[in-house]
Design a protein around this ligand. Structure first.
Ligand code: ZN
Ligand code: ZN
Length: 346
């Protein structure tokens, strides 16, 4: 089968032919319908050889939707042809966090060498993918596969970050979304669906700010050195009760710190790698800073339910598997509005 692989440190990913996977005991083989292109893959492909944590070659794709093609020995409860979304941040299934459905925070994944598809294990940018356990599959139940696939990360990750801040986001409050790309433009919709907060979107691109307004941001502000002052002004000097930084570089974290309200929440979601000093006097009183990762299995079901209700719709651009390297180039150049989705069997 064909697969998109990152093969050499620093080189672009390539479409190659690899052996057809066969499901072992307990595994499920999916025929991949759609695979999302995430900016974090670009970050991964920029890591130097000495820090690179995964074996190469690596089949990319940590957002995947497919139909059940074959079941390994002992798998029950699924039927061939069923349309499912893959829960990516897979854990051991047995530790205390996994027992709560928080496999994204599995206590044993590192020790057991369990890696998400596309981030260590073979991912969804291939004609077929193996899933290690049927519990990682959530039924699409009528959702369009292209519209649904980004929800497995670009929907689930902001959903998890926003859920923690919900008690702060009462009527009259303000939420700031920094970076309105793949995750950010879904975050705006989630905030509108889940809270009465005023949503202020920040981005460096006018195209992305236009999309932010289209999907429900009340205000869209160019993300530059003046952005923090603009947000302070919009909030009568109070600042934002919750700030979601989907970039995570020095200037965006500086903005996040400068716009947070007293007792506000700052979620560092983007993996830009910068850090924010926390200590008495460095932030307004009692600001909480957290760095969430992906989301739980039950939250994925909730995000898919929200999409079924029409509250969230992802802006997508589709590409064939052969065009996938180009999709990454366009994303890197900031030229994808919303989410790029690869159709490996399209
Ligand atoms: Zn991602
Ligand atoms: Zn676990």
């Amino acid at each position: 089968m064909k697969a998109l692989q990152y093969r050499t440190i620093g080189a672009a990913p390539e479409v190659v032919t690899v052996p057809d996977p066969e499901p072992g005991p307990g595994q499920v083989l999916l025929k991949v319908t759609a695979a999302g292109v995430c900016h974090s893959d670009i970050a991964v492909m920029s890591w130097p050889a000495e820090n690179f944590p995964y074996p190469l070659p690596l089949t990319l794709g940590h957002e995947g939707v497919g139909t059940v093609a074959a079941l390994g020995a002992g798998v029950t409860g699924l039927s061939e042809g069923e349309a499912v979304a893959v829960y990516g941040p897979q854990g051991c299934g047995r530790c205390a966090k996994c027992a709560e459905g928080k496999e994204n925070y599995c206590l044993r994944a590192d020790e057991l060498g369990i890696r998400p598809p596309g981030l260590g294990a073979p991912g969804s940018m291939a004609e077929y993918m193996l899933v290690d356990d049927a519990r990682h599959l959530v039924p699409l139940d009528g959702l369009d596969p292209v519209a649904a696939v980004p929800l497995t990360d670009a929907g689930l990750t902001p959903y998890h970050a926003i859920k923690r801040a919900l008690p702060r986001l009462v009527a009259g409050s303000t939420a700031v979304v920094i970076g309105t790309g793949g995750l950010g433009h879904v975050a705006i919709q989630l905030l509108r669906a889940l809270t009465p907060a005023r949503v202020v979107a920040l981005d460096v691109s006018e195209d992305k700010l236009r999309l932010a307004r289209e999907v429900g941001a009340h205000e869209a502000v160019l993300s530059d050195a003046r952005a923090a002052g603009a947000v302070r002004e919009l909030t009568g000097g109070v600042g934002a009760e919750a700030v979601f930084d989907f970039v995570g570089v020095e200037p965006t974290l500086a903005t996040a710190a400068a716009v947070a309200a007293v007792e506000g929440e700052i979620a560092i979601v983007g993996i830009g790698g910068a850090t924010l000093p926390v200590g008495f006097g460095s932030l307004p009183f009692e600001v909480s800073v957290y760095s969430p990762y992906w989301g739980s299995r039950s939250e994925l079901a909730e995000v898919l339910a929200l999409a079924r209700s029409g509250a969230v719709s992802v802006h997508t651009e589709t590409f064939s598997l052969d065009e996938a390297p180009r999709a990454y180039e366009l994303l890197h150049e900031g030229k994808i509005n919303g989410r790029a989705v690869i159709l490996p069997n399209g």
